[in-house]
Design a protein around this ligand. Structure first.
Ligand SMILES: C[S@@+](CC[C@H](N)C(=O)[O-])C[C@H]1O[C@@H](n2cnc3c(N)ncnc32)[C@H](O)[C@@H]1O
Length: 579
């Protein structure tokens, strides 16, 4: 069967699912016809400051093991507190093995607002993410069957030794092989250089005060006992590489293809982006793996203003959600009678839209032989899942009928979702000031001259916008190096990004057929900032930024509803919330 990327059990024992190449890829080639869908999870840490949550001793949120820091995507300024990013697809579902990384993930995502959706007229505003298509590429020549490994970075593995044990990090395999050579051929053969070698070993084992053989990522890189002869012949790297390959037959039986779709704007007006069939898909076949992160208590996704949380902490009151729910809710699977939500973290599922008349796919629990799905979990109470620190559930998307190439993939999200959506559209009204709203992304495309602080008094920008100075500009160019420190002041807002600075435009003047600006920048951290006056700055040195909590996903009237799991497949044991 033709398939570029498969999802099945990883070749790394005990690590759940992995992703596999279904064909050869040249270095630089794109792995899938769609990138990761990017969903921000905002201010989630403020949940942990909530007395109600502290009472519950430990709040478990498994996504934190899979998310990315929003700094990578320039999204950290969205919230008041930390912003994490769910990068469903390679960013969350691929394993990492540092000496064998063969996939490069883009560190940016695309930003588009399809169908010109605007909060002044469209009930769809803020109901889906505008960040998408984070691509992944082969960073080496990849052969069919090889497991695909992304880089989590050495730091990630070092920080998780207690949780997952020692895992070899960068260069550990070369070091481990050298260690073996030293033992076998130099020390054991008692060559005259014994002293130097012993010193080297001493350094490796004893010189490092942190060294503990059971925690050593280097020793973890050594092969199994019966593999030493083979290592002698082909080397440790090649030995390991051969173990990270699945045959085509294995993949067809034990994995599900993740390469059946491409990305596009939905055929449903204003529904956002969608998934489209890349090839003919046969009725009754599993056409997409859906690995799931369990969220035993959906209240973790209630969203509120962090200052509101602090205020409530002081008064020792339980929290009342002030800002609705995280956008992630719209991408989760749930049931009316349960606090449990399941959040898909593999590729493409987050793109699938709802339709009841054109529905062509359904969900089913995954077959354990071709996923990381443990049916016994369906017998447990939701509270049991709080202590489960790795994903153990999976579904599959199954074609209900033959699906032709280019057809949009559509799922029935359930009666309750449909009713909630109809009600939302019928009762929706724009928020006050919606007509004035222009997003920073839109504003940054406009070529017009920036308004000075004085001009903004009588002709203000929409209140969601701030102008910031980009430090990257400072590094690249610099006709204005002539800076003057002019004092300190309290910051108006945090740019949420150490490379961007708050600024005020004092004046604009023409210089060699272009406009240049004089601006005061605030440089420094929280609280008081150092003020610096810069002159002759071009427009490229500035950008508009959305102030925290102003983007569409924070709209109090944005639609929020989980996708409903059909009654017939929802476990009785999970029904802890009978209304
Ligand atoms: C799982 S996402 C589907 C992908 C989404 N279109 C996107 O661009 O990210 C679910 C969200 O898509 C939108 N959506 C899906 N089906 C829709 C429909 N039939 N009509 C309107 N909006 C829809 C809603 O905003 C919903 O909350």
């Amino acid at each position: 069967m033709e398939c570029g990327v498969w999802v099945g059990l990883s070749t790394l024992p005990g690590t759940g699912i992995g992703m596999f190449a279904g064909k050869d890829f040249r270095k630089g080639e794109t792995l899938l016809d769609y990138g990761d869908h990017i969903i921000p999870i905002v201010d989630i840490s403020s949940k942990f400051q909530n007395p109600k949550d502290i009472d519950r001793s430990e709040v478990s949120f498994l996504w934190t093991e899979y998310t990315w820091n929003a700094d990578y995507f320039g999204m950290s300024r969205m919230g008041m507190d930390a912003v994490e990013v769910a990068s469903a697809g390679f960013g969350a579902a691929a394993n990492s093995f540092m000496d064998f990384v063969n996939v490069k993930e883009e560190d940016t995502a695309k930003y588009t607002v399809p169908d010109n959706i605007h909060r002044s007229r469209d009930p769809e505003a803020g109901a889906f993410t505008y960040h998408h298509s984070r691509g992944s590429f082969a960073n080496d020549h990849i052969r069919a069957g090889q497991e695909l490994f992304v880089s989590y970075g050495d730091k990630w593995f070092k920080g998780r030794k207690k949780l997952i044990g020692p895992v070899p990090i960068t260069k550990d395999h070369v070091k481990a092989e050298n260690l073996h050579v030293i033992f076998q051929h130099k020390l054991l053969n008692r060559r005259p250089k014994l002293k130097a070698i012993l010193e080297e070993m001493w350094h490796i084992f004893v010189g490092d005060p942190e060294f503990n053989p059971w925690e050593s990522s280097l020793l973890a890189a050594l092969p199994e006992k019966d593999e030493y002869d083979l290592m002698e012949q082909i080397g440790l790297i090649e030995l390991k590489r051969r173990k990270m390959v699945r045959s085509q037959e294995w993949l067809e039986e034990h994995a599900v293809c993740a390469d059946n779709f491409y990305f596009g704007v939905s055929s449903i007006p204003k529904a956002g982006h969608g998934a489209f069939a890349k090839r003919k898909l046969k009725a009754g076949t599993a056409i997409l793996p859906v690995p799931l992160i369990h969220i035993p208590d959906r209240s973790i996704l209630e969203m509120y203003h962090p200052s509101g949380v602090r205020e409530k902490n002081r008064q020792n009151k339980t929290s009342i959600p002030e800002k609705g729910q995280q956008l992630l809710v719209n991408y989760c699977l749930g049931h009316a009678n349960s606090t449990m939500l399941l959040s898909p973290y593999g590729p493409a599922f987050n793109l699938i839209n709802h339709n009841q008349t054109r529905v062509n796919v359904k969900l089913q629990w995954a077959l354990p032989k071709r996923s990381n799905h443990f049916p016994e979990m369906l017998e447990k109470d939701p509270s049991y899942f709080s202590d489960i620190k790795s994903a153990k559930l999976a579904m599959e998307v199954v074609a209900l009928r033959d699906i032709e190439p280019d057809e949009e993939i559509l799922l029935d999200y359930g009666e309750e979702w449909e009713a909630a959506w109809q009600n939302h559209v019928q009762t929706w009204n724009p928020v006050p000031d919606a007509h004035d709203y222009v997003s920073a992304a839109e504003m940054n495309k406009r070529p017009e001259r920036l308004r000075t602080e004085f001009e903004q008094i009588y002709d203000p920008y929409p209140s969601n916008l701030a102008i910031v100075f980009k430090e990257s500009y400072e590094h690249n160019m610099g006709p204005y190096r002539d800076t003057k420190e002019i004092g300190h002041k309290n910051v108006k807002f945090s740019t949420g990004d150490s490379n961007k600075h708050t600024c005020e435009i004092l004046s604009a003047k023409p210089l060699y057929k272009r406009t240049v600006y004089t601006a005061v920048l605030g440089i420094g951290g929280e609280g008081a900032e150092e003020m610096v006056l810069l002159e002759n700055l071009p427009r490229e040195a500035f950008e508009f930024q959305d102030r925290p909590h102003t983007e569409d996903l924070f709209l109090p009237n944005a639609f929020r509803h989980d996708i409903r799991i059909p009654d017939e497949m929802f476990p009785e044991a999970w029904k802890n919330n009978m209304q």
